[in-house]
Design a protein around this ligand. Structure first.
Ligand code: NGQ
Ligand code: ZN
Length: 448
């Protein structure tokens, strides 16, 4: 059993919190309790967060796309660099890079990841003998590191709106409706050995998926999550309007049954009307503010969306830097920079911005990854994070000031439990050394 001096529960901070765990779930939460003999004692607990959007392999090129190109440098030129990088990766390489990304996610407080997985085929574009080969390697990386996995096999068929042919850099991603059915089945087999992995489907974007294909693949989600990139770049919005007269989010709201099981990733560029319709749909916005800043995407219309009751989760997307605290901080800072004011994430007077950011991401993240409940409560997965009470950044803090100091002042994580198992102690994942060594070998070979 675990005992914490204080813990963030669904109804707020409590003291003397005893957490009983059974078969990976929280069986009982007692408050104002004394520790019992044999209890493992810690100072501060918060729930683990969901990372709703990751392309794990991109961790291997973090920091390698930060030199100025010959001409205008933007998202589209970054994408060329990214395509050249992925061209060299074997399934084993993908596993080694994903394992490091997942170790880092756990060390920083993410306990489940939505892996938006599209690197399916060999470098010449031919499917592996098992069409789910690379998906199986993603599952192995999750198994080795212990992170919860929501695998989102990606359907990708075209290079732009209107069914434009894909370009050469996209050949490892491609499916047709039939082969995608096989890929989804193979992905289901690949995750079967994990204790609590689940499966969704991910039409990549309206650039990559034609309307008739979208209609055919959505039933494959079978009640699971549906994730899609939408309206990340202004050029994408313009191309969409040129193709069909509507904007990407607008088109989805009009033509797909966007609802609670959906996650629209980015949704950066929306009109007021799209923003309030999206909020009313009950779907989740998959916000990836660190990547969105890195790629020059734009700033999410948080004020209108949240005022309309919109839900959101956070994602590390390109994995250029992995940290839930940083994603939450960036969310708020982008608002401050563009609106020239402070404490803008909606909350009431006297309430903590960090707490508002965190609560929203906890609930929306769980929803986007198909988790019925989240947080430190009976029945939820025993996914817990303890903060390092000895970090000077937490000196004299209690309650929500702890969250604010974690998010804005960089307070450190001590331990992380996933399904009740302690995977991180003193800030280090138990497999860090082995995973980092294999990552180093892989990347040195890939970049040589
Ligand atoms: C991705 N990443 O799928 O990795 C994309 C780039 C695309 C972001 N959109 C490819 N951030 O969107 O065409
Ligand atoms: Zn993405």
């Amino acid at each position: 059993m675990l005992w914490f001096e204080s813990a963030l529960l669904p109804r707020g901070w409590a003291r003397g919190v005893r957490v009983e765990m059974r078969e990976g779930r929280i069986a009982r939460v007692e408050t104002d309790a004394q520790p019992r003999t044999g209890d493992e004692r810690h100072a501060i607990a918060i729930p683990g967060l969901a990372n709703v959007h990751s392309h794990a392999f991109q961790r291997g090129m973090a920091g390698l796309a930060e030199t100025r190109g010959p001409a205008h440098d933007d998202f589209w030129t970054w994408r060329e660099v990214m395509y050249r990088f992925l061209d060299r990766l074997t399934p084993d390489d993908v596993e080694a890079i994903a394992a490091l990304a997942y170790v880092e996610m756990l060390e920083r407080g993410f306990t489940r990841v939505g892996e938006f997985h599209y690197l399916h085929h060999d470098p010449s574009g031919v499917p592996y003998a098992d069409i789910g080969e690379t998906a199986a390697h993603i599952a192995t990386a999750a198994q080795e590191t212990g992170i919860g996995l929501t695998l989102l096999p990606v359907f990708y068929a075209h290079g732009n709106f209107g069914g434009a042919p894909p370009n050469a850099g996209q050949r490892r991603f491609l499916s047709d409706v039939d082969s995608f059915g096989r890929l989804v089945e193979a992905s289901r087999r690949a995750i079967a050995r994990l204790p609590d992995a689940n499966l969704g489907v991910a039409p990549h974007s309206l650039r990559a998926v034609a309307p008739d294909e979208l209609a055919e693949i959505l039933p494959l989600a079978n009640g699971g999550s549906v994730h899609i990139h939408a309206a990340e770049q202004t050029k994408e919005v313009e191309d969409c309007v040129a193709w069909c007269g509507a904007r990407p989010v607008e088109w989805l709201l009009d033509h797909a049954q966007v609802g609670r099981s959906w996650c629209l990733v980015h949704a950066t560029h929306m009109t007021m009307q799209e923003t309030s319709r999206f909020a009313a749909s009950g779907a989740v916005a998959g916000l990836c503010p660190v990547t969105e800043a890195n790629l020059g995407d734009g700033v999410f219309p948080a004020e209108d969306y949240l005022t309309a009751g919109g839900r959101y989760g956070i994602g590390t997307d390109s994995n250029v830097h992995i940290s839930p605290a940083e994603e939450l901080r960036m969310l708020e800072y982008a608002q401050r920079l563009s609106r020239r004011a402070r404490n803008l994430w909606p909350s009431a007077e006297g309430q903590s911005t960090g707490r508002a950011l965190f609560d929203g991401a906890l609930a929306g993240g769980a929803q986007a990854l198909g988790q019925e409940i989240a947080g430190v409560r009976t029945g939820a997965s025993a996914d817990l994070v303890s903060l390092d009470a000895n970090d000077p950044a937490l000196a004299g803090r209690s309650g929500d000031a702890i969250l604010d100091s974690w998010i804005f002042a960089g307070a450190a994580i001590d331990c992380v439990w996933r399904r009740g198992e302690k995977l991180v102690s003193a800030g280090r994942h138990r497999a860090r050394d082995a995973v980092a060594a294999s990552y180093r070998c892989t990347i040195e070979r890939v970049l040589a």
